[in-house]
Ligand binder design. Structure first.
Ligand SMILES: [Mg+2]
Ligand SMILES: [Zn+2]
Length: 183
């Protein structure tokens, strides 16, 4: 069993532009490939866990979601970054599924399918649900403070997150320092 780095998608790897419904509209933050490359080089499996209720809301299909993820993987691959898995919850919040964050269904699935030790893992995200889900799954949690105006969750997030970073790169540097794998 090995630890992994779980990553939220929107607002963490790419700008959160509301519901992204077409692959052509998907762009990573400039820092993302380089930051993730450091984790890959340190030997961490990377797992994306993303709530995509736009599917249930019929804003885009499951097929279109897969196309968006293919575009994401292509952009990452250009920098030598390969993801171990991408899990997306397509359900509506009212469906009360186990996979939608703050639920931990996607974490459990990753653990089972890829032999990941959740207690030795990290969860990185820009929202309260990311920190809640990561905590519930037993991971070290890192909140990326993207400085959203009037963030009503900020107080609660700060109490719950193990670490607050100002960027994905900041989150990565903290994880590598903590795990002692930094060169
Ligand atoms: Mg997010
Ligand atoms: Zn779900």
């Amino acid at each position: 069993m090995k630890g992994a780095v779980f990553l939220d998608r929107d607002g963490t790897l790419n700008p959160d532009a509301g519901y992204i419904s077409r692959a052509e509209d998907f762009f990573l933050f400039e820092e993302t490939p380089l930051a993730l490359r450091k984790l890959v080089d340190a030997g961490y499996p990377l797992v994306v866990v993303t709530n995509q209720s736009g599917v249930a809301r019929r804003l885009f299909s499951l097929e279109e979601l897969h196309e968006i993820h293919a575009a994401m993987e292509k952009q990452l691959a250009e920098h030598g970054v390969f993801l171990t898995a991408i899990y997306g919850c397509p359900h509506h919040p009212e469906e009360n599924c186990r996979c939608r964050k703050p639920g931990i269904g996607m974490f459990e699935r990753a653990s089972k399918e890829h032999g990941i030790d959740l207690r030795g893992s990290f969860m990185v995200g820009d929202s309260l649900v990311d920190v809640q889900a990561g905590r519930a799954a037993g991971c070290q949690t890192i909140w990326i403070d993207r400085k959203y105006p009037n963030n009503k969750d900020e107080g609660e997030i700060r109490k719950l997150a193990h670490y607050t970073a100002e960027s994905l790169m900041g989150a990565v540097d903290w994880m590598l320092k903590l795990s002692g794998r930094r060169e």
